[in-house]
Design a binder for this molecule. Structure first.
Ligand code: PLP
Length: 396
């Protein structure tokens, strides 16, 4: 009989795992499953970036780097912040980590004391609650609504404010909803955060995947006061199809970055040296491939939103960014399809997998049981076939 970590035992396994494991087992046994589960671009890393990785290996740039990252990449990140977000940072404000998830983990470890509360909206990105718990914090949820484009506002924040409130996690564009906060909405949240001395962790990992005439604004760029309270999170995974390379980064006040760097120096040391050199090319090299991937995402999103809204019993809002669509299936609640009653997002996801051979992520994984999430980081052929199967079973 072991006595194990109480904190460790409180960390939940990913709910999405159950259904993705089932989908994989079905595929392995030869069943033709269409998967909408992917949380990563279906494109290969652009060739110019691949080549820089190869060059780094050949030139022996394969040793430890400074724990917080190489200065070449920090400089490239500072240039990116200036150019894209009108934010002035120095290399001392930057820490590079093994993915944006790692950056968020470091950020929470650097600012939280036991019992501190961290606010974010539901539906949320799966890892936020457990990352907060790992850092001894307490997640505080604001339930957002589809009719408000899944966004929260200052009134919502006032309702959950306590003397333990320490930070807000903002995710714009959002996974899973694709929603984007406007400048005006961000200004109101920024003023509230400054007034109440609350940190903002601004997860901007989907910044480059933004469609139509929508604009990405970093909350840190609004004024000096909010900049001092904000830890901006970004990374290479989604924008440059580099999920496996594991490079994310954070920009914040030097005092915060110093703590994050000290923590990282003991926990993991530097992020992969090869990936760091390749990322310099990712940020400074030709961005044509980023634009090309975006064109595919827009086309797929348009097709999906239109098709889903034409299926009786289902609806969705057209997301402004990222590569996910939330399907509202509340009209099907209580109904029985193929002898199975639908009472939850897990029921609906299981039905689609078992009977239509389509894998989706149940909304319960994001704290909202009224939806399922479909990723459009998959080919148009898959999308067409997958939606055809969904339509067939739902309209039965
Ligand atoms: N933040 C959000 C909202 C995400 O969806 C993801 C990946 O799914 C990440 C952060 C982490 O990305 P990575 O650790 O690959 O940089």
């Amino acid at each position: 009989d072991f006595i194990l970590s109480t904190k460790g035992l409180r960390i939940e396994p990913s709910i999405t795992l159950e259904i993705t494991a089932k989908a994989k087992a079905m595929k392995d046994s030869g069943i033709d499953v269409v998967s909408f589960g992917a949380g990563e671009p279906d494109f290969n890393t652009p060739e110019n970036i691949q080549n820089e990785g190869i060059r780094a290996i050949k030139e022996g740039l394969t040793r430890y780097t400074p724990a917080s990252g190489i200065v070449e990449l920090k400089n490239a990140i500072c240039e990116k912040f200036k150019e894209d977000n009108n934010l002035d940072y120095k290399p001392s404000n930057i820490i590079i980590s093994s993915g944006a998830k790692h950056s968020i983990h470091n950020a929470l470890l650097a600012i939280l004391n036991p019992g501190d509360e961290v606010i974010f909206g539901t539906p949320y990105w799966v890892s936020y609650p457990d990352l907060v718990k790992l850092a001894d914090g307490v997640p505080v949820y604001i339930e957002t609504k589809e009719e408000n484009d899944f966004k929260f506002n200052v009134e919502d924040l006032n309702r959950v404010l306590t003397d333990k409130t320490k930070a807000i996690i903002l995710n714009s564009p959002s996974n899973p909803t694709g929603s984007i906060y406007t400048e005006e909405e961000l200004r109101a949240i920024a003023d509230w955060a400054v007034k109440n001395k609350v940190f903002i962790i601004s997860d901007e990992i989907y910044e480059k995947l933004i469609y139509d005439n929508n604009k990405h604004i970093s909350i840190a760029s609004l004024n000096e006061d909010i900049k001092n309270l904000t830890i901006v999170i970004n990374g290479m995974s989604k924008s440059h199809a580099m999920t496996g390379w594991r490079i994310g980064y954070a920009a914040a006040h030097e005092k915060i970055v110093k703590i994050m760097s000290n923590i990282q120096s003991h926990a993991t040391s530097n992020p992969c040296s090869i990936s760091q050199y390749a990322s310099v090319e990712g940020l400074k090299g030709d961005q044509a491939s980023v634009e090309e991937m975006k064109r595919h995402f827009v086309e797929r999103r348009d097709y999906m939103a239109e098709t889903i809204n034409s299926i009786k019993g289902l609806s969705c809002r057209k997301p402004e960014g990222a590569f996910y669509i939330m399907i509202n299936f509340t009209q099907l609640l209580g109904k029985t399809i193929k002898g199975k009653e639908i009472n939850s997002s897990m029921d609906f996801a299981n039905l689609l997998l078992d009977e239509a051979k389509v894998a989706v992520v149940p909304g319960v994984a994001f704290g909202d049981d009224k939806y399922i999430r479909l990723s459009y980081a998959t080919s148009m052929d898959n999308i067409k076939e997958g939606l055809r199967r969904i339509k067939e079973i739902v309209e039965e």
